[in-house]
Design a protein around this ligand. Structure first.
Ligand code: PLP
Length: 350
């Protein structure tokens, strides 16, 4: 088209959302369990007439509920419509300098998308051959750092001491630690917030809280950093959280004991599934998340992806990521879902 000023964009490619009713959906790390009954009750009781008003711009009630849940002050919390929005706002807020930001070569694909969109220079630091993340690459001069801990799509976690060392070595730039999967077994960086004002932690309700469709995430940081984030929010979308989402997310954190049970069930299934795969000589990367990165035995990963899909089982194959072209990422579903997957894989071996 001959129109001036149109931006060239290469968007993030999310996992498929197929309509197949029989499917077992293990491709986007959603939670197989439903949200808490208290969330359902809160939705039933929600007064629809209230929707004629704009949603609460300060988001005080949800921020307070999250602050109480985490044991931090409410002026350390910013809410987003999904953590992807918090990420987007934080890239805008933090990486306004000429040096390249750093993130691993194998990580959440959205970071590269955002850096490209906002014209932020970046370096992708290769993970080690075993996919562990060494601090070495993060000691060079940079414009900021973005890590997921535990990392996606590998599932590997980094100990708190190593996150601390990265913060210590980079006091002049912001370090984002995306904790999307933290409750499945990682070590949270929350205790470091009091000593490191350059730390910004991002969390989501999409994975551990079974609310991917509601779109709620949040950031935790120093009050001054949160003030900046609020200024960004109020510049791009002041009413970014809808009124229903605020009420349901609040009900979620207030009933966290329910989620502790579903999270424990997922972790238990994950370890069972890992053992079953290892019995079939698959290589399985140890995971502190609700997914496994798996290298099949006796069949190419891309063929296995298609074979599972033919059996209504959706997994994730990253065709563009050369380093993991032999791997599939499989989200952990319910125990019975994973038993079905194991049966399909066993049949393939015979
Ligand atoms: C799923 C995921 C997100 C996005 O979460 P939403 O809150 O659903 O936008 C962010 N970061 C990582 C690492 C994720 O895996």
């Amino acid at each position: 088209m001959k129109i001036k000023g149109l931006r060239q964009v290469s968007p993030f490619v999310p996992g498929e959302q197929p309509q197949d009713q029989k499917l077992i959906k293990l491709n986007t790390n959603e939670n197989p369990y439903p949200p808490s009954p208290k969330v359902k009750k809160a939705l039933k009781e929600f007064d629809v007439d209230q929707l004629k008003y704009y949603s609460p711009v300060e988001q005080d009630e949800l921020r307070q509920a999250i602050a109480d849940h985490l044991g931090v002050e409410n002026d350390m919390i910013i809410i987003g419509s999904g953590s992807d929005e918090v990420l987007s706002m934080s890239f805008l807020a933090f990486f306004n300098n000429p040096q390249a930001i750093l993130f691993p070569d194998l990580t959440y694909g959205f970071y590269k998308t955002l850096a490209n969109l906002y014209g932020i220079p970046y370096h992708e630091i290769p993970l080690e051959d075993d996919f562990t993340l060494s601090n070495q690459g993060y000691l060079q001069e940079n414009g900021g750092i973005v890590l997921v801990n535990p990392n996606a799509p590998t599932g590997l976690g980094k100990p708190l001491s190593e996150i601390k060392a990265i913060l210590k070595a980079n006091p002049q730039v912001m370090v984002i630690v995306d904790e999307a999967y933290i409750n499945f077994g990682g070590q949270t960086a929350l205790p470091l917030l009091k000593d490191y004002p350059n730390l910004f932690i991002i969390r989501t309700f999409s994975k551990d809280a079974s609310l991917a469709g509601l779109r709620v995430g949040y950031g935790i940081g120093h009050p001054q950093i949160i003030d900046l984030m609020k200024a960004i929010k109020d510049s791009v979308n002041p009413y970014n959280l809808d009124s229903i989402a605020e009420v349901l997310a609040k009900a979620t954190v207030e009933d966290w004991t329910y989620y502790e049970k579903t999270i424990a069930a997922i972790c238990q299934t994950r370890e069972w599934f890992k053992q079953e795969l290892e019995k079939m000589d698959y290589t399985v990367i140890p995971s502190f998340t609700n997914f496994l990165l798996v290298k099949p035995q006796g069949i190419a990963a891309s063929d296995l992806y298609q074979h599972l899909k033919d059996h209504h089982i959706y997994t994730r194959y990253f065709a563009d990521a050369i380093r993991i072209k032999d791997y599939l990422r499989i989200s952990i579903g319910s125990q019975s879902d994973m038993e079905t997957v194991v049966k399909v894989l066993q049949a393939l071996k015979k």
